[in-house]
Design a binder for this molecule. Sequence first.
Ligand code: ZN
Length: 91
Amino acid sequence: MTLLLAFDPENPPVSPPPLATRPMLWSLARQVFADHDVPEDDGRPPVPRCATCGRVWPCPPRMLAEHGLLAACAPLRPAGSGVGGPTGSGD
Ligand SMILES: [Zn+2]
């Protein structure tokens, strides 16, 4: 199965891609994605660990960030569908 993504999952752009439906979510997730990365070191330990939180990589924040990047590009659901964040349509 091949997924067509709007971005390179191993190196997502800092700026939201044109298809991003939630650019604010993208920005937040992209920041966490960058923060929780393995350190670039030749003498890597047997088990790679996150440079920020020290957990086995990919750490939970990194995985959450990857889900956030995907969610930022997911189609918007119509209002009243029962799924949504605390930020509704304000204007
Ligand atoms: Zn981490």
